[in-house]
Design a protein around this ligand. Structure first.
Ligand code: HEM
Length: 232
């Protein structure tokens, strides 16, 4: 019988990740329990349904995405409902993660050149907890963006109930928000997959390796494992 260890994720760690997080299990650490992962993926799915059903309404240049849902008229009916579900799920995600995402004074540095240093792998901050400042700001932006899309979307959904000036404002807010959102998501997907090896598994299996945690979130690593800072 083969005794080869699984390539990624040990069974005990994966089963602990069903209902627990922030615990070390052997060589792995549970980062996102199942509930967190389910919420994240539900938000992501409805984000893309709302985005792809909204694009053909926005411009005929992107009309081909309407075929994914059965045509433009389906998109017109589907889009506001998908957007509404996306908002409700984003609200659930906000409530679920808000304690971990509380901004600390040091996180303010992320509004400056630190973010660029991070993207170029030149950052080494031993105080980074479970989420770094960039992740917290992204979380905040996602939550505010979802609210902006809801408010402007409701005006566009019931245009005859609102004055012309409000409708024009809503169009502007809806467009600028979804464009910024889509750009941010491209970066988010890049960082969560190819840029940082081992991160994607935290949202699938729920676990990361000890070395991943020590490298990217050293304070969280110390809190979870009880190990002191490294010397030398
Ligand atoms: C295919 C698409 C996506 C992939 C591959 C992906 C991947 C990930 C991963 C791996 C994490 C965990 C990062 C960590 O533990 O350090 C994460 C966290 C998160 N994701 Fe996504 N995600 C996707 C789509 C989305 C979408 C569409 C949204 C919002 C509309 C979103 C919002 C978030 C938020 C708020 C977090 C927590 C903050 C952070 O870690 O940046 N994700 N995602």
């Amino acid at each position: 019988m083969s005794t080869v260890a699984p390539l990624s994720g040990s069974r005990p760690a994966i089963s602990r990740a069903r209902d627990t997080e922030d615990v070390a299990v052997g060589q792995e650490i549970v980062r996102h329990r199942l509930a967190s992962r389910r919420i994240h993926w539900a938000v992501a799915i409805f984000f893309f349904v709302a985005l792809l059903s909204g694009l053909p309404i926005w411009t005929p240049v992107l009309g081909w995405t309407a075929h994914l849902f059965g045509g433009l008229s389906v998109c017109r009916r589907l889009h506001p409902w998908a957007g509404l579900v996306f908002f409700v799920l984003s609200l659930v995600m906000f409530l679920h993660w808000r304690a971990d995402m509380r901004l600390e004074p040091r996180d303010r540095d992320w509004l400056g050149p630190k973010a660029f240093r991070y993207l170029r792998y030149q950052d080494d901050d031993p105080y980074v907890g479970k989420y770094n400042g960039g992740q917290k700001l992204f979380f905040l932006a996602v939550s505010l963006g979802a609210l902006g899309l809801l408010v402007s979307g409701v005006v566009l959904w019931f245009p005859t109930s609102f004055p012309q000036v409000l409708r024009a404002l809503a169009v502007f807010l809806h467009e600028i928000t979804f464009i910024l959102f889509a750009v941010a998501i491209v970066f988010h997907i890049y960082l969560g997959t190819v840029a940082e090896r081992g991160t994607f598994g935290s949202m699938t299996r729920g676990t990361v390796t000890r070395s991943w945690a020590r490298l990217h979130h050293p304070r969280w690593y110390r809190e979870v494992t009880g190990e002191g800072p490294r010397r030398g």
